[in-house]
Design a protein around this ligand. Structure first.
Ligand SMILES: Nc1nc2c(ncn2[C@@H]2O[C@H](COP(=O)(O)OP(=O)(O)OP(=O)(O)O)[C@@H](O)[C@H]2O)c(=O)[nH]1
Length: 450
């Protein structure tokens, strides 16, 4: 049984087809056998039943003629003798009857010897016995009739005896007829029975073959529907994830309960989805890294000049349609001294600490850009210059009060400005730069509005 489940789909279907074809083969063999049997029986019936039936009606006719003859003789023996020549007439009739009965005997004997009679063998024998009895009875009757005819008249006693003999002959004939009727009836019943059996068994076998065929079809459809449905669902998931730009979830690998072509296909597809999912997440990670590299400054992690240009362009276009923004340019005071006194490496650390402290204190919508050297700018969308100044002042104070281990104390100066009608990317930056220059000129560590 386990082997059956593990077999390939092709083998499963082939196996079921072999069962179905074997079954149909048995049905056909059985039908051939039964049809041959029925054909033999029909043949037997045709050989015996049909001639017997014909003889039956002939016998009945002859019996009727005999009755007429006897009746006529009884009413007027002399006239019957003159007109009908009864000896010859009776002899002719008897010859015809004898010939008919001989023919019947021949048919019965032939069927008993050659066809190995399958049914009503006792009836066959019985007819033969009845014919023998009839012959004896007929001889006795004939003797009686002849003596009566030779005398030309009959006494009352003789006539009674003659009637008794006629009745016995009649009974003998009736016995033959009865047995022949019984035989033909038996033959047709026997054939009917076999035909009915044949119909019943063939219908049953045909129905079983139909059920097996139906089950096979349903089984194959069911397998395909379920398994292909699972594969379709897997493909649909991948499709949806790709459309939504979501990471492709790794497929779940179940221990297959059987191994066939569809299981292998499903497994291969899951492997492919897993590889694709890995590939896509790797690509997304690389894209993310490339994006960071393209938009962020390597040393500090603040947005770079390229990103600044892009962002400023966008803010300017929004501002031209009624929006506003402010920028706060900042610069480390006497940074050259930091480098000179503490070394370039410490200078780098100062820039990193400055970026980290400022970034932590910005709103989500504000961004910090490093434009070059120790020069930074904060972009504040939807903010007026006052708010920008307040933020700059808060940051200035915070940086001035910083005491980072391993770093010198340092201060920063701000040049703040707000978008003004007709500004372009250079004019707004230039105004902030001038304000910063003023802050430096006014002693540094301060915020100057431009
Ligand atoms: N460590 C380090 N130093 C840098 C970097 N970029 C620029 N510098 C230095 O920053 C210093 C800038 O000095 P200046 O422009 O003269 O100004 P300052 O000394 O800060 O004086 P003020 O701005 O007038 O207060 C230069 O000595 C540059 O070498 C950097 O990435 N790392």
């Amino acid at each position: 049984m386990q082997q059956w489940f593990n077999a390939s789909l092709q083998r499963k279907i082939s196996g079921l087809l072999v069962v179905l074809l074997s079954f149909l083969f048995v049905v056909i063999l059985y039908s051939i056998f039964k049809l041959k049997l029925i054909s033999a029986e029909m043949h037997e019936v045709a050989e015996i039943d049909v001639p017997l039936t014909a003889m039956l009606s002939e016998l009945e006719m002859m019996q009727l003629k005999q009755h007429l003859f006897i009746e006529q003789f009884r009413l007027n023996p002399k006239q019957a003798r003159v007109e009908l020549k009864p000896e010859q007439a009776f002899a002719a009739q008897r010859e015809a009857l004898k010939a008919l009965l001989d023919k019947t005997e021949l048919v019965l004997n032939k069927s008993l010897q050659q066809h190995q009679v399958r049914f009503a063998a006792a009836e066959h024998q019985q007819i033969l016995v009845s014919i023998q009895q009839f012959h004896q009875q007929s001889d006795s009757f004939e003797q009686y009739l002849m003596s009566a005819l030779q005398q030309g008249h009959t006494t009352e006693q003789q006539w009674l005896k003659f009637e008794d003999e006629a009745t016995l002959l009649d009974q003998s004939m009736m016995s033959i007829l009865r047995h022949m009727e019984k035989l033909t009836l038996e033959a047709s019943r026997y054939t009917d029975k076999h035909q009915n059996e044949f119909m019943l068994v063939n219908t049953g076998l045909g129905f079983c073959a139909f059920v097996i065929g139906l089950y096979l079809t349903f089984y194959i459809l069911q397998i395909f529907r379920r398994r292909i449905g699972r594969i379709q669902a897997e493909i649909k998931n991948v499709q949806q994830s790709i459309e939504l730009g979501e990471p492709i979830s790794s497929p779940v690998f179940h221990q297959p309960d059987h191994q066939d072509e569809l299981t292998e296909l499903e497994h291969d597809l899951k492997m492919m989805v897993q590889r694709l999912s890995l590939e896509i997440s790797n690509r997304q990670e690389i894209e993310q890294q490339l994006l960071v590299l393209a938009t962020r400054d390597k040393l500090t992690g603040a947005f770079n000049r390229h990103k600044w240009d892009e962002q400023l362009r966008m803010e300017l276009s929004l501002a031209e349609r009624g929006g506003l923004f402010s920028i706060a340019m900042l610069d480390v005071d006497f940074f050259k001294k930091v480098n000179d006194q503490c070394g370039h490496h410490t200078g780098d650390k100062v820039l990193q600490a400055l970026t980290e402290h400022i970034s932590r204190r910005l709103r989500k919508t504000d961004s910090l850009f490093r434009l070059g050297g120790e020069e930074f700018v904060i972009l504040l969308p939807q903010q007026k210059a006052e708010a920008a100044c307040q933020l700059a002042e808060m940051l200035r104070q915070h940086i001035a009060s910083l005491e980072e281990p391993g770093l010198p104390q340092f201060t920063i100066s701000f040049g703040v400005t707000e978008y003004q009608q007709g500004d372009d990317k250079d004019s707004v930056l230039k105004r902030a730069d001038q304000a910063l220059y003023q802050a430096k000129a006014m002693g540094r560590n301060r915020v100057q509005l431009g």
